[in-house]
Design a protein around this ligand. Structure first.
Ligand code: TMP
Length: 211
């Protein structure tokens, strides 16, 4: 049972799939249609210094035990949820988070091998059933193209981007399996399409959801 009135939407997918670029375009389009939108990201959170500091700790240390890593992502998420996401949802806004719990399930769980029960317990404490996203868009792309996009943009990489191709292939497969496990909750996007095409698909889906 949801406690708030807004709509909580999350974007998920591997590196270089265009989530962040599309999220900004979707935000602009929804605002131009008169909707109130709060765009944020994980790890970290828009305007949330504490969680951004945890992001730095995670990104700057490449020898963290996977369970410690999972707990740090959850600590950052709890602050993000309580201080930003829920208050914006309570104002009846559309909240779009560029990554959320599914990233922990995929990266720390499926790919790095932390037991599912560990993820589930932590997620119950951190997020709970009542604060789960209403729609999750999964951006699917061949990791070779994703990594090429990152290097061609000349943007600085983090330690997750710098993992080998096998890591990114595992991430892609894990997201596809997640989609297959619940096609009602997840919406799969072909991220080889143009950002404008993807934006249109997402905006239409959100408008259908709110009307
Ligand atoms: P990004 O800001 O470029 O998406 O990078 C964040 C990285 O952190 C990304 O490669 C995935 C990773 N990540 C996890 O491993 N677990 C998580 O719970 C989250 C939110 C991100």
């Amino acid at each position: 049972m949801k406690k708030h009135k807004g709509i909580f939407i999350t974007f998920e997918g591997g590196e270089g799939t265009g989530k962040t670029t599309v999220a900004k375009l979707v935000e602009e389009e929804l605002i131009s249609k008169g909707m109130k939108v709060f765009l944020t990201r994980e790890p970290g959170g828009t305007g949330l210094e504490f969680s951004e500091k945890i992001r730095e700790i995670i990104m700057d240390n490449d020898n963290i035990d996977p369970i410690t890593e999972l707990l740090l992502f959850n600590a950052s998420r709890r602050e993000h949820l309580v201080k930003k996401i829920i208050p914006h949802l309570n104002k009846n806004e559309i909240v779009i988070s560029d990554r959320f719990s599914d990233s922990t399930f995929i990266y720390q769980g499926v790919v790095k091998g932390v037991e599912l029960s560990c993820f589930t317990k932590a997620d119950e404490i951190t997020v709970g059933k009542e604060n789960q996203p209403s729609i999750t868009f999964i951006f699917d792309l061949d990791p070779k193209i994703g990594l090429e996009r990152i290097s061609s943009k000349n943007r600085s990489t983090n330690r997750f981007d710098d993992e080998g191709i096998e890591f990114h292939q595992k991430v892609k497969k894990a997201y596809l399996d997640l989609y297959e496990s619940n096609k009602e909750k997840y919406f799969l996007l072909d991220a080889s399409k143009s950002v404008d095409e993807i934006k249109e698909i997402i905006v239409n889906k959100i408008i259908k959801h709110v009307s």
